[in-house]
Design a protein. Structure first.
Length: 817
């Protein structure tokens, strides 16, 4: 028995020891797997588990690309789900390891040395240091660094200074003309070979610096020079919600870098690929699917100098069309590529400048620049130099500034519908028209003529110059606004809405279907896809979008931007998770979510939103289609007015106008509008009044029925009001607390808003005041349209009170302009 006990004891001892050893081993292996610091005299061997960055985003180790058996030391995105590696950096891209015997040593001097199995050095970081304890670390930005172990901020060497084909946030492209450093991206040779390929991407520092993709030494695509906002060849780069670009230009440096605005949510990389494209990818941190969000060249006109000198490239359908600049004619009628020449030659001492707008600025490799000059100085400078052929501002942000001068031919220009720049091209002086008469004139007359002529000319010039400067200022401001057109790429929207899948359809509005979408960073949007037939000219439309996007109020749904590409025109709004007001107030169960207090807040919010539209914003906007389904609710059930500005977008809005174009929804339309087509701010006030009574009663105006009479909701409310039973209008909330005085005040204001005559209705600022005060209010009269019979007989179902779909239908028959 004793023996048995002992054995038991020993057994349990053994198992405890085993367990401890196991835990210890596990701890060791864990410690090893998460280790991200390598101190000197340590090494990493092929076959060992890779070094993981502190945040777990990247790994450093040995890999074989594609179908190749060769081994390379590199950094890639950690991805447990796939064996495919998105490699961002390769150490030995030029000299592959032929087998798996390679290893990386980190020396006491802080040098990284890569050896093959024969102890032959394949690659080296080539930078010795004299710090005592260098440490090698893989940072979570993807940067492999050697730092001073005693001073973490002191970076001795970093892989970000030796880019391969990938440009990451925190990296810098470009360089320093003094030290001769010039950082480019260079494509891989192929998917199997990370060796330096044919294409490179970097800054060309000849003349005014510009971003260029090269095929070997030849320019392949020019994204162009930085204009303070973007590169001149990328005007449609969507106003980026994700990235912030930075371009530094000083005497010695031309550096391009970018950062990600929400680093915790997204990863992004830009690569130059084997086919010569620069491509930007993005993905949310939590899934591994990369989406391509931008690539260049985008079309044929983006290819470097597809058209000859002094030609403008335009895309027509899927092909490019080269045309001469105004004042130029083709050098050859059979060969476009020879470009165009001025109709008459330049004159060194005399010349004028012709202004061209909406351009991608020409190649700046034969240019001169000064970032502090003004446009007028720039022009003078160009005039003084016989070989100067054109000038432009170098910086178009704020008050445009800076000067670029071109010498020689102007190549690689294209035209953009928005976001192009102004270029002033030197032209010969216009031909004199009085040459035939001058022969017969006496010398005296001639002199008088010359004096008179030059005086007039000087006067004209002065006036012209003043006007020119004034116009310039004006135009700069206009362009400034133009530049801010918040546009989205079609591809972004297609991706966000899953190609407009029916699952994502939120509904069908008066102007087209509405889809829910999710941008790659997780932001939810609502996309209104406008029907093709019913919109105005594109320029006016864009202008309106810019203006409307500027309207911001907590009770308005925010217009984030638009997407215009080919036939597609879409408006992008913030997404409202709680649908619309009608979804709650007219539903027997959901209406319970809206107690009196909430309803009162909603009424106040709508009133303030409408007041802003009518009076407080820069534009005076009549909504024209205010109704319960156009009041959206955010996550806290705050009301936000949607669909405002549609009339402006469709080019039919004026503050008061007669129109035969009907917009609106029966049940909410004021009498003067429905009957005569006359609308004004007061028509919106009428709709607001209807909405107030609907919110209080939980009943629709249109489709309202009562056993005792055949009035609509307005008539019913009026009847109760005159019988002093107005509280009965309140939606069944007997079990919920409410304030009698508030309810009565709201009904009172609602009735004042639905008066027959526009002039008897208060304006929205009075409404907001009335709702917020205790003062006595004027007595309402009988409302307009208080019975159904007053409605114009437009739809056959007007007698059918159950038909809610017809009731809510927006009538939007707008003529396309
Ligand atoms: C690499 O480092 C290991 C470990 O410090 C060392 O034993 C080895 O000799 C080094 N190899 C070379 C070629 O320096
Ligand atoms: C690295 O190796 C050298 C030479 O063997 C030695 O002098 C030094 O102390 C070692 N350093 C560390 C941190 O182990
Ligand atoms: C390191 O220096 C050697 C010799 O100077 C050179 O051949 C090699 O390309 C350099 N390697 C790197 C990564 O700079
Ligand atoms: C790596 O080294 C840095 C600097 O010496 C230190 O701050 C960090 O805590 C170390 N990390 C690990 C996991 O040892
Ligand atoms: C790159 O240049 C080579 C040789 O000049 C040419 O054959 C090839 O078509 C070019 N590639 C592209 C994509 O333009
Ligand atoms: C462009 O001009 C703006 C405003 O004048 C200035 O803030 C900005 O730094 C300039 N940008 C460049 C690249 O010169
Ligand atoms: C130019 O800019 C770089 C930063 O990119 C800065 O380090 C350098 O000191 C600047 N040089 C001058 C002359 O301003
Ligand atoms: C390079 O990028 C372009 C544009 O996104 C793409 O069409 C092409 O397939 C890519 N080429 C390779 C080899 O990935
Ligand atoms: C990512 O891609 C995989 C395979 O293509 C797909 O099954 C998965 O649904 C995608 N995930 C997301 C979030 O798009
Ligand atoms: C190019 O555009 C011009 C003017 O817009 C037009 O006259 C010409 O027919 C177009 N050429 C081609 C090939 O489309
Ligand atoms: C330049 O224009 C001026 C005035 O029109 C004229 O007198 C002069 O001859 C012209 N010079 C040339 C080289 O055409
Ligand atoms: C430039 O051209 C545009 C369009 O042709 C014109 O509206 C503008 O007034 C011109 N600007 C100047 C400064 O001449």
């Amino acid at each position: 028995m004793e023996i048995a006990m002992r054995t038991g004891l020993i057994n349990s001892f053994t198992s405890i020891t085993m367990l401890l050893v196991c835990i210890f081993l596990l701890f060791l292996s864990l410690a090893f797997a998460t280790q991200d610091n390598i101190t000197s005299n340590e090494s990493i061997k092929d076959g060992e588990s890779p070094l993981v960055s502190a945040g777990g985003t990247f790994e450093l180790g040995f890999f074989s690309p594609g179908n190749s058996m060769n081994r390379f030391l590199g950094v890639w995105y950690k991805n447990e789900l796939s064996t495919h590696k998105e490699v961002i950096w390769v150490a030995n891209r030029e000299i592959p390891l032929k087998d798996r015997s390679g290893f990386l040593n980190f020396t006491q001097q802080g040098v990284l040395l890569l050896f093959n199995g024969n102890n032959e050095r394949i690659w080296s970081s080539n930078k010795t240091t004299n710090v005592e304890s260098p440490v090698m670390q893989l940072l979570d930005s993807g940067n492999l660094v050697v730092i001073d172990g005693k001073d973490n901020n002191f970076i001795l060497w970093q892989s970000f200074e030796y880019p391969c084909d990938t440009f990451l946030p925190g990296m810098m492209i470009g360089g320093n003309s003094q030290t001769g450093v010039d950082r480019n991206l260079i494509s891989w040779k192929s998917a199997d070979d990370p060796g330096p390929g044919q294409f490179s991407f970097g800054i060309d520092r000849q003349g005014f610096p510009q971003l260029v993709i090269r095929n070997g030494t030849l320019k392949h695509c020019r994204l162009g020079s930085w204009n303070g906002k973007r590169f001149t060849g990328t005007p449609d780069l969507p106003r980026d919600q994700f990235l912030k670009y930075d371009f530094i230009l000083n005497k010695t440096h031309a550096d391009y870098s970018y950062e990600i605005l929400r680093p915790g949510a997204l990863l992004t990389r830009l690569i130059v690929n084997q086919s010569g494209f620069v491509e930007r990818f993005m993905r949310p941190i939590q899934n591994n699917n990369w989406t391509s969000i931008y690539s260049a060249p985008r079309d044929l006109c983006d290819n470097y100098s597809v058209c000859g000198a002094h030609m403008i490239c335009k895309m027509v359908d899927q092909s490019h069309n080269c045309t001469c600049l105004e004042g130029f004619e083709p050098k050859s009628h059979t060969d476009w590529s020879r470009g165009c020449a001025r109709r008459s030659a330049l004159n060194c001492t005399h010349g004028i400048f012709q202004n061209f707008t909406g351009l991608k600025l020409p190649d700046t490799s034969l240019s001169w620049y000064d970032t502090s000059m003004s446009l007028v100085e720039c022009k003078d400078m160009c005039l003084k130099n016989c070989s100067c052929t054109a000038y432009a501002n170098s910086n178009i942000t704020g008050e445009a500034s800076g000067c670029i001068l071109w010498f020689g031919e102007l190549v690689d220009m294209r035209e953009f519908s928005t976001g192009g720049q102004d270029l002033y091209i030197r032209m010969p002086p216009p031909l004199k028209t009085d040459q035939t008469t001058s022969n017969t004139n006496s010398g005296k007359k001639k002199l008088v003529g010359i004096i008179l002529g030059s005086t007039v000319l000087a006067g004209v010039l002065m006036v012209g110059l003043t006007f020119y400067i004034w116009r310039k200022k004006q135009r700069k401001q206009e362009i400034e606004e133009d530049m801010e057109l918040p546009s989205f790429h079609l591809a972004t929207i297609v991706k966000a809405t899953d190609n407009f899948s029916s699952n994502n359809k939120l509904g069908q509005g008066g102007f087209g279907p509405v889809y829910k979408g999710t941008l790659i960073d997780g932001q939810e949007i609502a996309v209104k896809r406008l029907s093709k037939s019913s919109r105005q000219g594109l320029t006016e439309f864009k202008n309106e979008v810019i203006l409307i996007a500027k309207l911001q109020h907590r009770n308005l749904v925010k217009l984030l931007g638009c997407c215009i590409q080919g036939d597609e025109v879409m408006l992008i709004y913030e997404f409202m998770p709680n649908k619309s007001l009608d979804y709650f107030i007219f539903d027997q169960t959901r209406n319970k979510f809206l107690d009196w207090q909430r309803r009162n807040l909603i009424i106040g919010g709508i009133a303030r939103g409408l007041l802003y539209l009518h009076q407080d914003s820069r534009l005076r906007i009549i909504h024209r289609d205010l109704k319960a389904s156009n009041i959206l609710l955010d996550k806290d059930m705050n009301p936000k007015i949607s669909d405002f500005g549609m009339a402006r977008l469709f080019g039919v809005d004026q503050i008061e106008a007669d129109t035969n174009k009907v917009v609106g929804t029966y049940g909410y339309m004021s009498p003067e509008y429905a009957v005569d087509g006359r609308f004004s701010l007061k028509s919106d006030v009428f709709s607001f009044g209807v909405l107030v009574l609907e919110i209080i009663s939980g009943k629709k105006n249109r489709g309202f029925s009562h056993p005792d009479h055949c009035h609509n909701l307005l008539g019913h409310a009026w009847k109760l009001w005159t019988e002093e039973r107005a509280l009965e209008l309140l939606d069944n909330m007997s079990d919920r607390p409410y304030s009698v005085s508030e309810v009565l005040r709201c009904i009172h204001v609602g009735l004042l808003c639905v008066q027959q005559k526009p002039e008897e209705r208060p304006n929205m600022s009075s409404v907001v005041l009335m709702l917020g005060s205790e003062n006595s209010l004027p007595d309402p009269k009988q409302p307009g349209f208080f019975t159904e019979r007053n409605m114009p007989a437009v739809d056959s179902s007007s007698g059918n009170h159950e038909s809610s779909s017809i009731n809510d239908l927006t009538i939007s028959q707008l003529d396309a302009r």
